[in-house]
Each structure stands twice: as C-alpha cells, then as structure tokens.
Design a protein. Structure first.
Length: 71
C-alpha cells in the first residue's frame, strides 16, 4: 500500500483485520508515540515559559479575580 494514498477508514479497517498480537503491538507503539509527543509538547511549553520569565513577560498573581482576567 502506498502511504500517501491511504485514508483513515482504510487504515482502521486494515488494523481491525490484523491478528490480536499485531493489534496489541500496534497499541503499545501508539501509546509510546503519544507519550513522546506529549513530552515534546511539555518541553516546548517549559521553554516558552522560561523565555517569558526571562523577558519579564510572565505575570504572577494570587488574586483570583486578576487571574481570571489574565485568562
């Protein structure tokens, strides 16, 4: 199958027709891939927050009304 021409429905149908062992392995691969993606996202957010902090753009408050306005 050509990867560039496969659509989501075809992919799902293909996965459903895999043997159980292959589906379990695919599940593990996806879970690890999703966790890696989330870690990358968290790292990017951390870097952005550090940059804001260093440039004094990051604001802090313990006042709930002010926090709501900041959103």
């Amino acid at each position: 199958m050509d990867k560039s021409n496969i659509n989501f429905d075809t992919l799902v149908d293909t996965m459903y027709n895999l043997p159980l062992e292959d589906r379990l392995e695919l599940k593990e691969l996806l879970e690890h891939n999703i966790a890696d993606s989330r870690r990358d996202e968290i790292e990017a957010n951390l870097k952005a927050a550090k940059k804001e902090y260093k440039s004094a753009e990051l604001k802090f408050s313990s006042n709930i009304n002010q926090l709501k306005k900041m959103l």
